[in-house]
Design a protein around this ligand. Sequence first.
Ligand SMILES: [Zn+2]
Length: 205
Amino acid sequence: MTAGVRLIIMGRQGAGKGTQCQRISRHYVVPHISTGEILRAAVREGTELGKMAKQVIEAGRLVGDDIMIEIIRERLEQDDARTRGYILDGFPRTVAQADLDVPRDLVIQRISARRVCRDCGTNYVATAQKRDPWICDSCGGDVVQRNDDTPESISQRLDLYESQTSPLLKFYGQDGRLVEIDGSLSPDEVFATLTVAIDQARKNG
Ligand SMILES: [Zn+2]
């Protein structure tokens, strides 16, 4: 079996991060740990940290690093992550790191086309051919556009990403642990580039 990896994947919204994380996760047999997902799970399950996070969210604020770090720490202590490693998606800190770089207009185009099933969460991409109503292939639920997938809202999220992430990229770039990948290529090309970069980084220790 291939050796595991410890990775942080950073990329703008719409850079294709979700897709690539899933593929890398299968390829290296490591859990894909989406910080957004484990945060929602902690809130849903009402864990100690989840309750703290819920209060913050309900007050309309962003969950701070202190709570996030603890939630992530708990997840990384589980067996799969301890033995195989992990792909950390949405939180920056650790060994190797890949940045998916995609032009802003392409991001807005990709996200604006994003549709999701209201019931089961399956993702779809809108095409020129209009489907109205759009019924989910998996469960028959309504396929809709998320409220925050509008160009204005995407633009705001991109600004936030720019301002918060640039310092991090610089930080990781300085000690040679950053690999930047062009995310505007096809998913297959991006995946191939990623695995080459990961294997190379692993060889260099
Ligand atoms: Zn569905």
